[in-house]
Design a protein around this ligand. Structure first.
Ligand code: ADP
Ligand code: 5SP
Length: 460
């Protein structure tokens, strides 16, 4: 049996799967945690990767890394890290984002230039923040790359760092429509040019591990998930990890001037329009902790409550928010009364609130003309019984939960198998029958109450 490995270096942890290259069957897997925080030294990702990989990669012929998108990894003349990476969920560059948007001529100009209107998540805004706030570190910076680029570089021992079109499309200085960098935008943000990784083709071998395994280009974690699920037009994915994302594959680049949809590229040559929220699985973690229970307890409480949570609405902006663009926001509970203020309703409002932001994202995709016949739920919180029970009504769509698996890591493994095979198309890997399926439902007034609370509190 030929073996390949996929690595998912995401916000909370590093997960590695080893798969049969022919079928995609997972043969073995391991994981190791990442430190908390929105600023992390890349060496912590490397330590987690080597811990999870210990003894796991024997006999593996090819490997690829899919990583959390947008993180700013800065290196000096010697290729050493200049400062800890600012992650996708670090909001300190919000002011830089506003400035950059205005300077180029507004949201439309950015949507046309790179397919995405900047928010504090994008690498380009973090570069402006660095130039303005840390001139010493900025002065020592020779190059910038993304988390998966840096890990791939270390793993492959290559002379030059590489990236791929999927992850490059989240920088804000690479244009998916032309497939080329916009060094002018990078220079606008940082004040001078920087070295950036070469964009490898989707199945280019970019090096070898010390053990001799071929290293494939890797990609961003959401692009990895699309590849792992074999996502096809007509399907949307909602990923409930640290971030909430909703995305679909398309044949044309997207340019949303409202800034809700990020016009990303995928890992294969197509496009991946995506809406991202900053608050997903951790809303449930925090709510369970507040209610003095665990995730199973939260599930029980939320499923004991009626749909609509007795009228309570949670705006779940616990870590600020990206969509809508409210980086400084905090979460808020609305419409509490003596009758409805019960743990069951608070638990339900948390699940509903987390999903309602993604329902708006799903509407943004369908309103832009992207057909969605069904939604596949993945990521850590897709394991939640309450999420499964609530999603069909909040999303108003057919919901399927594929067999629980690390689809980002599986997508990276599939890319590795594709690179190893050198074929025109990726190998046919079957995902298996969904573990959960439910048709679309409705809940009276839920979306309206949520939108009203958001307008009243944040004016958007
Ligand atoms: N059964 C569950 N119910 C709700 N949340 C869960 C469950 N299992 C895992 N999670 C949550 O999923 C999150 C991790 O998901 P994951 O997709 O691995 O995140 P990331 O890719 O951002 O690192 C954690 O916040 C964890 O608490
Ligand atoms: O910023 C985005 C997408 O644009 C996030 O989806 C990150 O890619 C992090 O993903 P998770 O670690 O939450 O899966």
């Amino acid at each position: 049996m030929s073996l390949v490995a996929g690595i998912d270096s995401s916000t909370q942890s590093c997960k590695i799967v080893v798969c049969d290259a022919a079928t995609g069957a997972v043969v073995r897997e391991a994981r190791a945690p990442h430190p908390d925080g929105t600023e992390v030294h890349p060496s912590a990702w490397w330590e987690a990767l080597t811990e999870a990989a210990d003894g796991l990669l024997d006999g593996v012929e090819a490997v690829a890394v899919a990583g959390q998108q947008h993180g700013m990894v800065t290196v000096d003349d010697a290729g050493e890290i200049v400062r800890p990476a600012l992650l996708w969920n670090d909001t300190r560059s919000a002011g830089a984002s506003t400035d950059l948007t205005t300077e180029l001529g507004g949201p439309q100009a950015w949507a046309e230039a790179v397919g995405t209107v900047p928010t504090a998540s994008l690498t380009v805004t973090k570069l402006r923040w660095l130039a303005e706030h840390e001139p010493g570190e900025a002065g020592r910076t020779r190059g910038v790359m993304l988390p998966h680029d840096w890990l791939t570089w270390k793993l492959s021992g290559s002379e030059e760092p590489t990236t791929d079109r999927g992850d490059a499309s989240g920088t804000g200085y690479w244009d998916p429509a032309t497939g080329s960098y916009r060094p002018d935008l990078l220079e606008r943000a940082f004040g001078r040019r920087l070295d950036v990784p070469r964009v490898a083709s989707p199945t280019e071998a970019v090096g070898r591990t010390p053990g001799g395994a071929l290293v494939a280009p890797g990609t961003g974690d959401n692009m990895g998930s699309a590849l792992g699920l074999g996502l096809r037009p007509g399907d949307a994915v909602i990923s409930l990890g640290t971030s909430g994302t909703v995305f679909a594959v398309g044949d044309r680049p997207s340019h949303d001037p409202k800034g809700e949809i990020c016009g990303f590229a995928d890992a294969t040559g197509r496009y991946l329009p995506l809406v991202c929220t900053l608050n997903a699985a951790r809303v449930l973690d925090a709510t369970a902790a507040m209610l003095g229970t665990d995730l199973a307890g939260l599930d029980r409480l939320a499923t004991d409550a009626e749909p609509g949570a007795g009228g309570i609405v949670l705006l779940p902006y616990l870590d600020g928010e990206r969509t809508p663009d409210l980086p400084g926001a905090a979460g808020s509970l609305h419409h509490l009364t003596r009758a409805n203020m019960r743990p069951e309703n608070i638990a339900r409002a948390a699940v509903e609130g987390m999903l309602l932001g993604l329902a708006d994202g799903l509407s943004a995709l369908t309103d832009s003309g992207i057909p969605v016949g069904r939604v596949q739920l993945v990521g850590g919180a897709a394991r939640s019984e309450a999420v499964r029970a609530v999603a069909p009504a909040v999303l108003g769509a057919r919901v399927e939960v594929p067999p629980p698996a690390e689809y980002v890591a599986i997508g990276a493994a599939r890319q590795a198998a594709w690179t190893l095979a050198g074929t025109e198309e990726p190998p046919e890997w079957s995902v298996g029958e969904p573990e959960f399926t439910a048709e679309a439902q409705e809940v009276d007034g839920l979306h309206e109450r949520y939108a009203q609370a958001r307008r009243d509190t944040h004016g958007v």
